[in-house]
Design a binder for this molecule. Structure first.
Ligand SMILES: [Zn+2]
Length: 350
């Protein structure tokens, strides 16, 4: 075939040909029906529209993002910093005929929720996950064929504070008190109730709503702070090291009676007085995601109540083993404790 093209037109023709070749090479049917611009637009819009409710002094910032363009799907991940102890939100936008997604982090399956556009889920980076290389493993079926791919990303190191504290928890650090039969019995009952509350979880109850648990953001003890506890030996006038403990939640300052808000939508799994936790509320957000609120003065909710993010669920207090009034809040995602505040920057969408 003879092509009769003027020089100027030929350049246009070549550019177009090059573009089409390149387009065919990189798309080549790879992405099938995926409309990437549409997807990007939707989550960007969502990020702005569905910002969590949080106090003015909360240091909100855009989450970091990782995108994996695979031949059969795209995975988006969002996290505060992809650091140890951070929650991660992920979306899988599949091509057609791709089914039965299963996704794993650290051999742990991430529970996914199917949506109109694909799948979404949350997972936690264990606070003691080594910094550096990490990967998600994704298993799926494509045209009846089982496939597996790994998606590598980096986990950032987080400096968790270490503090030395003198144990001053009154009767809670008094062994003779803890040995009393009625106390032992109550502690055992509490353990049983907590075990039951964590043993079942609803299907996903999360929507795009998230909320800070208080009106004011003042951290008094960081998430995963290690505490070396001391007891004062009066006879020897010396501090005696007792044990190391890890703070599996976040302590936020608040005066007695300050309202506490649910951090996300869910169903109350437990709300009553416990020995160490004081007035304790546990909310099930579905897919084995829980948030817990301890040492309350009062709780406003009961087991099985349906809760929306930002609902007033109780009041700050100093019940249980504490040195003063504050809120201890924790978030656990499929068995992994994460910094509750890392949830508030995620662009979770419907
Ligand atoms: Zn605490």
């Amino acid at each position: 075939m003879r092509l009769c093209i003027e020089n100027k037109n030929r350049n246009i023709f070549l550019t177009l040909l090059l573009f089409l070749t390149a387009y065919a090479a990189c798309s080549g049917g790879r992405f099938r029906d995926l409309d990437y611009e549409e997807v990007k637009h939707r989550w960007a819009e969502n990020l702005e529209k569905n910002r969590a409710k949080y106090p003015d002094n909360f240091p909100w910032k855009h989450p970091e993002k990782r995108v994996f363009y695979q031949s059969d799907f795209v995975v988006y991940m969002f996290s505060d910093q992809f650091a140890q102890g951070d929650a991660v939100y992920l979306e899988i936008v599949p091509g057609e005929k791709i089914e039965d997604y299963k996704i794993f982090f650290n051999k742990r399956e991430i529970l996914l929720t199917e949506t109109a556009w694909g799948y979404k889920g949350l997972f936690g980076i264990e606070p003691n996950h080594p910094a550096g290389k990490a990967e998600l493993e994704i298993a799926y079926e494509d045209f009846m064929q089982a496939r597996r791919q790994s998606l590598p990303f980096d986990v950032k190191k987080k400096k968790f504070p270490v503090s030395k504290t003198l144990l001053k928890l009154g009767k809670y650090s008094d062994l003779s008190e803890l040995r009393k039969p009625e106390v032992k019995k109550f502690i055992k009952e509490c353990l049983q109730k907590k075990k039951e509350a964590f043993s079942k979880s609803e299907e996903n109850l999360l929507t795009s709503n998230f909320s800070h648990p208080l009106k004011n953001h003042v951290v008094t003890s960081e998430f995963w702070a290690r505490r070396i506890k001391y007891k004062y030996d009066k006879a020897r006038k010396k501090r005696k090291k007792q044990k190391n403990s890890t703070h599996k939640g976040l302590d936020l300052a608040g005066a007695n009676g300050t309202p506490i808000f649910a951090v996300a939508d869910g169903k109350v799994a437990l709300s009553e007085k416990m020995y160490f936790e004081g007035y304790y509320t546990l909310i099930d957000h579905g897919n084995k995601i829980y948030s817990g609120y301890m040492h309350q003065n009062k709780t406003y909710v009961e087991k099985d109540d349906t809760i929306e993010a930002g609902d007033k669920i109780g009041e700050v207090g100093s019940s249980g083993a504490v040195t003063g009034p504050h809120l201890h809040v924790f978030v656990m995602i499929q068995g992994v404790m994460v910094d509750p505040m890392s949830l508030l920057v995620l662009p979770y969408r419907e």
